[in-house]
Design a protein around this ligand. Sequence first.
Ligand SMILES: [Zn+2]
Length: 305
Amino acid sequence: MKANYKNIIPLKQLLAPAQKNGFAIGAFSPRYTAMIRSVLLAAEHLQSPAIVQIAQVELGWYQSNLVDFAHVFWQQVDELQPTIPIGLHLDHTQDFELIKQAIDLGFTSVMIDASQQPLDGNIATTRQVVEYAHAHGVSVEAELGKIGTADFIESDVDEELYTDPQEAALFVAQTGVDALAVSVGTAHGVYLVRQPKVDIGRLNAIRALTDVALVLHGGSGTPAEMVHNAIQLSGGGVSKVNIATDLELGMLAALGRKERTTEAGLNLLPAADIEIGAKAVQKVVEEKIINYLGSAQKKDLYQLG
Ligand SMILES: [Zn+2]
């Protein structure tokens, strides 16, 4: 299944040129395995680095699993032979066993989200994952502060706690994480019950104290100008932006559906319908790369192999 492709690289190597050169890499969740191909095609078309990711909670919603997801990813890579830098990332999990499984399946980075724990517990849990992952050549993202929900669809809790800059510096120093998801005003899901915002002052204060790669979750629906400001921070802005909901909304709109389906439900649709959905997802990803992330034509900044 997994092979050694020199362009499929750990998060740390993906994000460094982005942070240095004022662009960000989209971490796109295709949610359905049939949509993984769309992310790869869009990124290759625009010669943009990209991350394919899936969160543990998404595997639950779509009645999918990590083995199938990884299998389809590697199958598509074998078929398409993309030339751009790519990451395969496990988003939000608290489950160390799932992290170990992801690493065995060839994921190049994982996110341990122990942000619900008090600071010392978050540090201890994260450090344990960092030790294991780094020993396997895999990067780690962690979260400090709490990122809320915007629509009460993906989560019924909207507990939000902005990241404290001093704590962020301490957390990075004590855990050795490669990337840090910060809570600065964006939220997961569709903005129905509140408006998106990005606290640039807070991002600047965090950047002044640590050079860790910064990650913005809840990229769907956040106005491009806010995202640009976060990416183009002096001293190196956000270099990874998570985008999930907008891909699925694009797919559902193209199919004339209002409600999400399951992995099996989507795969039961006629091939022509799946293709319509896949084209829509590709279009959304291309639009994000151009208008949000500024990552098109950045392939040459990477030394691959
Ligand atoms: Zn998130």
